[in-house]
Design a protein around this ligand. Structure first.
Ligand code: SAH
Length: 444
């Protein structure tokens, strides 16, 4: 073991944005840009009915529009034959303006993992990643274009915050993924790298266990996934049943829009996507007051804290927001989340060679978690994914196993997290719009 070696966070090949006094720049406010068009999915139920009535239409039109969008995933006026032909185009253009323009789609794992690159109305680019696992379909979504949290090991943060996404831009990522699945385009092969030998993940990937940190793993597949799978077409009735806010952005820095999007995901069809709160994971870098506010919403969402270091000495450099809310404050807020919602929380920990993977750090982490009680938390280490321009590397297998063993021996459940999509830069911390993406987006 090289427990004595301590590499400090540093950047190579790119410059971390700093304040005049030399601290990593944190951006909570995005530079002012135009607002995306207001979309049906931005509105509450009451607002939708008011909008319909303001146009002199009967109330029931609101349900019809919702059914098209949230149940049939369509915004194509030509398919909405139940709306009066006269004025239909204009109505749909007003209620359901296009928000996401496809730029590129990259597939891996024999088509069971897909990364979508979308262009927004103002040219900003975002990504979402769709993954089929046995028994569930996960979508990793973006809450902001770029990110203002400036974590030096994460590709998204390197270009700063472009802007917050609107609620509808967040929901639209799910609707687009559901349409993709419905159309039979997400491969059924589902060769979870963790479960099936000979998968398409590179040999460098560890023998990982599947994510098992939330009940959604065990939940009944929604809408008869299993029985319908025998019918043709095979994808009929299948849809995203697991959402993780682990794409671009810090969801709690775009709190109100993220919450409104979540409420739309939870609203029963046809007014929303009818998803289960347990199947939605909000991941945060540790904005302590916002974590407490989320806890008080009364929604049994799953919460994950991106901790990555149990000591302030290291976390101050690794996660710039630690300057404002220290490890203990982030952990106290996370414990509060558990107490308030009864939902077991996750701790994310990207294992970085010689930086945060020391045995003593596993012990310190276990000590800090156990000091706050038992059975409330699960640790999800993940080997660091490479990012452009970074010299940092993932921990080796021996250190990874030792880290996990120490946590588990101390009574803290810890499982290595499956990481999908590395080959298409679609894994955690790899989502960034490259110059190539921008050129492609500008070309069409
Ligand atoms: N801003 C949120 C969610 C976005 S990132 C958050 O910080 O939680 C989702 C997860 O990927 C976070 O835990 C983040 O720390 C982690 N991550 C970022 N870069 C990574 C990398 N290069 N390798 C592995 N995980 C990474």
């Amino acid at each position: 073991m090289t427990d004595e070696r301590q590499v400090r966070p540093a950047t190579e090949g790119w410059q971390q944005a700093k304040t005049p006094d030399g601290k990593p720049l944190l951006q909570f406010e995005a530079p002012k840009r135009g607002k995306p068009p207001v979309h049906w999915a931005d509105l509450t139920l009451v607002e939708r009915v008011a909008k319909v009535e303001s146009l002199g239409l009967p109330k029931f039109r609101a349900k019809q529009v919702s059914t098209h969008y949230f149940e049939h995933y369509t915004d194509d006026a030509a398919l909405m034959t139940d709306l009066p032909k006269d004025g239909r185009e204009e109505l749909v253009a007003q209620f359901l303006p296009p928000l996401l323009t496809p730029v590129r789609e990259l597939r891996t794992d024999d088509g069971a993992t897909v990364k979508f690159l979308w262009r927004l109305f103002d040219g900003a680019l975002i990504e979402s990643v769709l993954m089929r696992y046995p028994g569930r379909i996960t979508l990793c979504i973006s809450s902001q274009a770029g990110c203002g949290m400036n974590c030096p090991f994460c590709a998204t943060g390197q270009a700063g915050l472009t802007r917050n996404l609107s609620s509808a831009e967040i929901v639209a990522q799910v609707v687009a993924a559901n349409r993709y699945i419905r159309d039979g385009r997400l491969s059924r092969s589902a060769t979870s790298s963790a479960l099936v030998p000979g998968s398409s993940l590179p040999p460098s990937a560890f023998d990982v266990e599947p994510v098992s940190d939330d009940e959604s793993d065990k939940s009944v597949p929604e809408r008869g996934l299993s029985e319908r799978s025998e019918s043709k077409p095979e994808s009929k009735g299948q849809r995203v049943n697991n959402i993780v806010f682990m794409g671009m952005g810090e969801p709690l820095a775009n709190y109100n829009r993220v919450l409104r999007a979540i409420r739309t995901m939870l609203a029963p069809a046809p007014d929303g996507l009818g998803m289960s709160a347990r199947g939605i994971t909000v991941s945060s870098v540790g904005l302590a007051p916002a974590i407490r506010r989320l806890a008080d919403e009364g929604l049994p969402l799953t919460f994950a804290l991106s901790l990555h270091a149990p000591d302030d000495a290291l976390r101050d450099d690794l996660i710039p927001i630690n300057d404002r809310w220290k490890v203990d404050e982030a952990l106290d807020a996370t414990r509060y989340y558990f107490e308030t919602t009864g939902r077991r929380v996750s701790i994310e920990y990207a294992l970085i060679k010689d930086m945060n993977d020391h045995a003593w750090r596993a012990d310190l982490l276990a000590e800090k978690l156990n000091a706050r009680g038992r059975g409330w938390v699960h640790v999800n280490p993940i080997p660091l994914n490479p990012t452009p321009g970074s010299i940092w590397t993932a921990s080796d297998r021996a250190h990874t196993q030792e880290f996990l063993r120490r946590l588990n021996d101390a009574g803290v459940p810890a499982t290595l997290r499956d990481t999908r999509g590395k080959e298409i830069d679609g894994a955690c911390g790899q989502l960034v719009a490259t110059e190539e993406d921008q050129a492609l987006a500008a070309a069409d």
